[in-house]
Structures are given as structure tokens and as C-alpha cells.
Design a protein around this ligand. Structure first.
Ligand SMILES: [Zn+2]
Length: 346
């Protein structure tokens, strides 16, 4: 994210809470909660008195009654902790909490609050040189970086997941998904995407139901490259080597197969396989491995299947599952269908 970017501070402040910020710094558990307030030693001047630093949870404000004799909002806090300007603090917050860039980037015309707040901070010490947080992720060969936060307070027992997608609470908890109330994934089902070692790289946000025409079904954080990952790979590789690996398109296909007892499944997060995804599969298979391609029974799925089969067949044994009914998705399979399909494979 370029440094010169205009940021809508109000939108950033509205999207994050002091609790999230304290949690980011690993401080939330160390603070004492009493009604609406949290108190603890001041992390800014690194004091030891456990009541000198206080936070209003509902107002998202803080104050240090000791050495700092100062207080402010979430961005003031990040700015003080990082020793940077409010502008730099807002950019950090956007990155750390994966805020929706469109919602928090003001235009240069309405930079009023930006003006006001940067003037206030002009006497602040010069920003430190760029930290690792500001390295652009779009560079060629760059990897998706593990997130430094988790979306908590996700609503697990959301009707969309249980009634419409047919997931059990066990599956929902197992995959760490849930309805998100705040931040970039607000009003969406947040789905964590892990790398091969199980670190969370991003949250995908699925609109719960059929979205309006101008609302995308899925939202991914800016800078995250889904083509570099395979959903559920970290868990699929823990399954027995002689078991076939099933490749599906979507998150819910993978979750449903998992729920129905077939845990060696990865999702492409689309109907095509990128070179990076091919490499991941190659790394975790050998000439004796069996891969089953089970994409949606539609035009995109069929085209994708043919291409993927041709590419994977160069280094492992591949079969493609063809559904009898058009427009079938693996997600719709009943456990008994799945048993029949997967037990019937050579
Ligand atoms: Zn202080």
C-alpha cells in the first residue's frame, strides 16, 4: 500500500476496536476488565502500575494517567506504540485488520480529517524506516504472509451455515468459520485460509445467501493471492498417503466432503489450477498417488477438469469424477453418494 495514500481515518476508526488493537499487541489477556473499562500497566511508557492505563471498551478510547498523561483513540494508540504518524498508524491498521480498502481510502478532495490529524501529529518523532509490514505483497514471487490477528467473536451457529449449507456445528468450529459482525468481512461468513503449515493467511468472506447484483459473493483481502494456495491443504496432507486426494472448486465443497468423512480434499477456490497450485500438488504427491478431480458439473468445471487432468497426469494417477446430473456440485453429495463414488475408484 503506497505511503502517499489518502486514508479515511473515520472509516478506519469505525472498523476497529481498542480490544482488537490490544489483542494485536497481545495485551488483551493481561488487562483487567471491569464493566466497560479495561485497565493495566501503560504499554506506551512501559509502566508497571496496573491501574494507570485505562480503556473504554464502548468508546474505544484510552488514557494513561501516569507518565504519558495522554490519551486518544485507536489510531492514536497505534501511532504511539509504533512511534509513527496517524497516517502510518491507519495504514498499519488497514493491513493488520484486513480492512476493506475501498471503504477506508478517502479521496484527495475529502481529506479534511486527514489534514487536521496529521497537523496534530507533526511534532511527533519521525517515522521509523519501513517495517516488514509495509513490504508490498504483489511483488513477483512474493508469498502470502501469515496474519498477525484472528477474527474472533464469529457467530458459529449462523442459519446460513447450518440450514442453507448443511454444515454441522462441529464442521463449523473445525474450520473456524462464522458470521462476522465487524471489519472488512462485516456481514459475511469469514473463512480462514491456511498455508501448508497451518498458519492463517487470510479470511475469505462469503455473503450469506444470494447477494444483490452489485455485491460480490466472495470477498478476499487486497493483496492476498488465492492462486498461491490450496484451501485445506494443511489438513489433507495429514491423511494417509495411499488415500486419493480429491480436488474440488469451492470452500463449501471441501468442508462438506470433510464433514461426510472424506478429509483428504483441497479446494482450488475457483475452477482453474494455477501453476503454483500445481506445484503444491506435485510436492505432496508421487507417481503412486491418486488424485480425483471433482469439479462442478458445469461448463467452467468441465473445461477446468480437462486442463487439470492433463497437467497432473504427468506426475500422478488422475481420474475425473463426472456427475450424472448437470450443474451438480460436490457439496450436494450425500455421505452415501460419496462412499459409492470414492469406493468405486480404481
Ligand atoms: Zn503511559
Amino acid at each position: 500500500m503506497p505511503k502517499s495514500l489518502f486514508v479515511d481515518f473515520k472509516a478506519v476508526k469505525a472498523a476497529i476496536t481498542m480490544e482488537q488493537v490490544l489483542d494485536h499487541y497481545g495485551l488483551l489477556d493481561k488487562f483487567k476488565r471491569s464493566g466497560d473499562s479495561l485497565s493495566g500497566p501503560c504499554p506506551i511508557h512501559k509502566g508497571s502500575n496496573p491501574t494507570q492505563f485505562r480503556v473504554s471498551v464502548s468508546k474505544n478510547l484510552w488514557h494513561c494517567f501516569s507518565e504519558c498523561k495522554h490519551g486518544g483513540n485507536t489510531l492514536d494508540f497505534i501511532a504511539r506504540m509504533e512511534d509513527v504518524s496517524i497516517h502510518a498508524a491507519a495504514i498499519k491498521a488497514i493491513e493488520w485488520f484486513q480492512l476493506d480498502p475501498e471503504a477506508v481510502q478517502g479521496s484527495s478532495e475529502d481529506g479534511e480529517e486527514h489534514q487536521e490529524e496529521t497537523t496534530q501529529r507533526e511534532r511527533a518523532p519521525a517515522p521509523k524506516p519501513a517495517t516488514k509490514n509495509t513490504v508490498p505483497q504483489e511483488e513477483n514471487g512474493a508469498l502470502n504472509k501469515p496474519l498477525k490477528f484472528r477474527l474472533d467473536k464469529l457467530e458459529r451457529e449462523h442459519p446460513y451455515l447450518i440450514r442453507e449449507r448443511g454444515l454441522t456445528l462441529e464442521t463449523i468450529v473445525d474450520f473456524g468459520i462464522g458470521f462476522c459482525g465487524k471489519g472488512m468481512m462485516a456481514d459475511r461468513i469469514a473463512i480462514p485460509i491456511h498455508n501448508v503449515t497451518g498458519e492463517v493467511l487470510a479470511y475469505a468472506g462469503r455473503w450469506p445467501g444470494e447477494p444483490a447484483e452489485d455485491t460480490p459473493k466472495y470477498k478476499l483481502p487486497q493483496g492476498f493471492r488465492k492462486s498461491l494456495e490450496l484451501f485445506n491443504l494443511d489438513r489433507a496432507i495429514k491423511e494417509p498417503a495411499d488415500k486419493p486426494l480429491v480436488i474440488v472448486e469451492g470452500f463449501f465443497d471441501a468442508m462438506k466432503l470433510h464433514q461426510n468423512g472424506w478429509r483428504k480434499v483441497v479446494a482450488l477456490m475457483g475452477s482453474t489450477m494455477s501453476a503454483a497450485q500445481e506445484e503444491l500438488i506435485r510436492k505432496h504427491t508421487n507417481a503412486g498417488s491418486h488424485v480425483i478431480i471433482m469439479l462442478d458439473e458445469d461448463e467452467a468445471g468441465q473445461t477446468g477438469s480437462d486442463d487439470i487432468a492433463a497437467r497432473l497426469a504427468k506426475f500422478c494417477f488422475v481420474t475425473t469424477h463426472v456427475f450424472d446430473e448437470p450443474n451438480t456440485q460436490p457439496e450436494q453429495l450425500f455421505p452415501e453418494d460419496l462412499v459409492e463414488i470414492l469406493e468405486g475408484v480404481p
